[in-house]
Design a protein around this ligand. Structure first.
Ligand SMILES: Nc1ncnc2c1ncn2[C@@H]1O[C@H](COP(=O)(O)OP(=O)(O)OP(=O)(O)O)[C@@H](O)[C@H]1O
Ligand SMILES: [Mg+2]
Length: 696
């Protein structure tokens, strides 16, 4: 039996993505039981293997409000209205799931979704905006049908806000529900209320985080209901495609890699085609290297590009489609007639023979029409088309293909490229792939491992991203935080400038307050996702280690996370690039590779958890190094001071104060005594000792 359209009931083919009758997106039929009309109620579905530990995290919250159902209700039987609204909501929710967001709840005719909880992706803000754009497109299609049938249209307003929330299981009266709590949620809802129907309005953090993927129109600083301060708002205009930010820092280093790429291209031009792989961690500079390389190329080399996307790993032929799009000169935003014309023009130019069915298949892969193709046969045809395109192109002159972010490649594109690439060796073609360190291409290629910037390069880049001289201690802090990662350096520089944490004094950049725990949102997105991708054991270890410090002793960690898998978890974290082994004598010591990883792992924890862990750390150090307790009293006092045990904190702070006094470090001693006094609560003896210290 054929499935039926959930909006108009017309019969559908298995391959239909949109109903040929009413244009409604096709999905599982909305049965009354599924109608998303409940308000409140827990809706967030979480797989059991995802730990639901409460934590703080950066998320993007989306609020979408469907209006116009009241006048529609006046003309329709309630049963029909319910069926239609059910179909509308089903269509609106599909993009949320497509980009791995979670529907948190329905409130009347509005839906709230969260991107980044319970699991973060490194691009949750972009995903939220993509989902919103697709929701508006889905609504437009459904509206055309609704207008034809019932002479009405519904309007959708969407607001998106990104920021920190607390997520976890919230105990309710009937049952617990996983939810997110924070001002970001209210802001998203407020932004939705100011959006014009059909629009998507986002706040400033979403704007910054999704800035490479979309064009925005600034709406200015707006006063939102219930908010004391104005909020910068932006309207989403259209999607764009930039793998590297335009206003980048002047290039630092990478001359050897650029020379290698140029040599490889020169070889390819002479007919010695080959495949290269540029691998490296997120933000190390792969896209920038490619951008610098291609910028310098003359007009004699034809260039095609392709790209993997984190949310397209399960989409068949996504990478191949992006390659074909580039070969045909079609842009993502082009309408179908433009795309069809592009294909036909290119085919003529290259003297290819492509029949009507193949053009339909191509349009289908590019996301336009919906054709009914047998998957096996379509793969053969696509690979054939791609191969013929490449063959004809290289017969005309040299070709450079750059395929970025292939660690996110879908399996059907992988199979297609695996067939295609070996053939290029005898052609004037250079195929350059980029991917994260853990990615291995399934074809033969020369691998270039792109390492983080060395210390001299990092210093240079810090100077260039701030634009001016930098005071040595600020420079050291920034070096330590960023660990030579270009993206971290750049983002850190921007956010320190923006927040006023640093300022120029006499032409030199200086720190104005402590830079500890200052983490740019963009970095938090990337690193939060990496931490969430760890297994439960390693995630627990990384959280505890973050409380101990950037450098930590293994024995201390053993005390606070006693676990038979600790050693294996540490090895895994070293392998994954979170930690590095520092030494084994006299103590086995590890360190976080960048302080930013430690800071994100620390910031992700609830304050209450952190306070508990700090006490455990101080207890462990006191106990393990009892004979050196005086030497370590500063560290012990540091942890107790951040812990939730007042008695232990005041005693340790007093001792630290007395030690500082003995060493004539008067300012430190005073600070310790003051802190001790603050933590002494009603302990008269402790208060007396602290006052005595201050008096001395
Ligand atoms: N050598 C460099 N000199 C100056 N700026 C750089 C350098 N390398 C990278 N950058 C800048 O750092 C940022 C991150 O680099 P890039 O986007 O190339 O990283 P990536 O390795 O492609 O990361 P991802 O794996 O996330 O795609 C960019 O804004 C880029 O312009
Ligand atoms: Mg990149």
């Amino acid at each position: 039996m054929h499935p039926k359209c959930s909006a108009c009931g017309a019969p559908l083919l298995r391959t239909h993505r949109f109903c040929p009758n009413c244009g409604a997106p096709v999905g599982p039929p909305a049965t009354p039981g599924e109608l998303p009309v409940a308000s409140g109620g827990p809706a967030l579905q979480v797989s059991p293997e995802v730990g639901l530990q409460e934590d703080r995290r950066l998320v993007s919250v989306l609020f979408a409000d469907l209006s116009g159902s009241t006048p529609l209700g006046e003309r329709l039987d309630p049963e029909d209205l319910r069926r239609i609204l059910g179909a509308f909501f089903a269509a609106l929710v599909r993009p949320i799931h497509r980009y791995e967001g979670t529907v948190e709840k329905y409130i009347g005719d509005a839906v709230m979704a969260v991107f980044g909880a319970p699991v973060s992706h490194e691009d949750d803000a972009e995903r939220a905006v993509r989902a919103a754009v697709d929701m508006q497109s889905a609504l437009a299609l459904l509206n055309d049908w609704l207008e034809r049938e019932h002479g009405r249209r519904l309007a959708l307003r969407i607001g998106i806000s990104s920021g920190e929330v607390v997520s976890g299981l919230l105990a309710g009266e009937v049952q617990s529900a996983y939810t997110v709590v924070g001002d970001t949620v209210n802001t998203a809802q407020r932004l939705e209320t100011i959006a014009t129907p059909g629009d998507i309005v986002v706040g400033s953090t979403t704007f910054r985080l999704a800035g490479r993927a979309f064009e925005f129109e600034p709406l200015g600083a707006l006063m939102l209901k219930g908010k004391a301060q104005t909020v910068e708002a932006y309207r989403v205009v259209r999607s764009k495609d930039e793998s590297v930010a335009l206003e980048s820092t002047p290039l630092v280093g990478r001359s050897a890699e650029l020379a290698l790429l140029r040599r490889a291209l020169a070889g390819a031009v002479l007919g010695r085609g080959r495949a290269l792989t540029i691998a490296g961690e997120a933000g190390v500079g792969k896209s920038r290297l490619i951008a610098e390389f291609t910028r310098g190329l003359g007009a004699g080399v034809e260039r095609w590009s392709a790209r993997g996307r984190s949310y397209d790993r399960q989409t068949s032929y996504a990478v191949l489609a992006s390659l074909l799009r580039s070969a045909f000169g079609i842009r993502q935003a082009d309408e179908e007639p433009v795309a069809r014309a592009g294909i036909e023009a290119r085919v003529r130019e290259l003297g290819l023979n492509i029949d009507v069915a193949t053009v339909r298949l191509l349009l289908d892969v590019l996301g336009y029409a919906s054709a009914d193709f047998d998957p096996q046969a379509s793969r053969r045809v696509l690979v054939e088309v791609a191969r013929n395109l490449v063959r004809r192109q290289v017969a005309l002159g040299p070709l450079l293909i750059v395929a970025e972010d292939l660690h996110w490649m879908d399996s059907s594109s992988q199979a297609a490229l695996q067939d295609l690439i070996p053939e290029l060796a005898s052609a004037p073609c250079l195929f350059v792939a980029t991917g994260r360190s853990e990615w291995e291409p399934p074809w033969a290629s020369q691998r270039v491992e792109l390492s983080t910037l060395d210390e001299a390069e990092s210093r240079q880049m810090i100077g260039r991203s701030l634009g001016g001289d930098v005071e040595p201690s600020l420079l050291e802090t920034m070096l330590l935080k960023s660990g030579g990662n270009a993206f971290f350096i750049e983002q850190l520089a921007h956010s320190l400038q923006e927040t006023g944490a640093i300022a120029q004094e006499g032409g030199i950049w200086v720190g104005r307050r402590s830079l500890a725990l200052v983490v740019p949102d963009s970095v938090q997105e990337v690193l939060g996702a990496r931490i969430d991708s760890l297994g439960t054991g390693a995630a627990r270890v990384v959280r505890a280690a973050a409380v101990v410090g950037r450098t930590f002793w293994e024995r201390v960690l053993e005390r606070i996370v006693p676990s038979p898998t600790l050693k294996a978890d540490l090895d895994h974290l070293i392998e994954q690039g979170f930690l590095e082994r520092r030494g084994i004598d006299p103590e086995v010591t590890h360190a976080f590779r960048h302080a930013l990883i430690q800071e994100v792992a620390y910031l992700k924890q609830l304050h209450s958890h952190r306070r508990g862990l700090h006490v455990l750390v101080a207890d462990a150090i006191k106990d393990l190094f009892a004979e050196r307790a005086d030497e370590y009293i500063d560290i012990i006092a540091y942890h107790y001071a951040r812990g939730d045990d007042d008695a232990k904190a005041s005693a340790a702070l007093l001792r630290a104060g007395q030690r500082a006094q003995r060493l004539y470090a008067i300012d430190e001693a005073l600070a310790y005594f003051r802190d001790a006094l603050e933590r002494s609560a009603r302990d008269q003896a402790a208060i007396a000792r602290a006052c005595e210290g201050i008096g001395d």
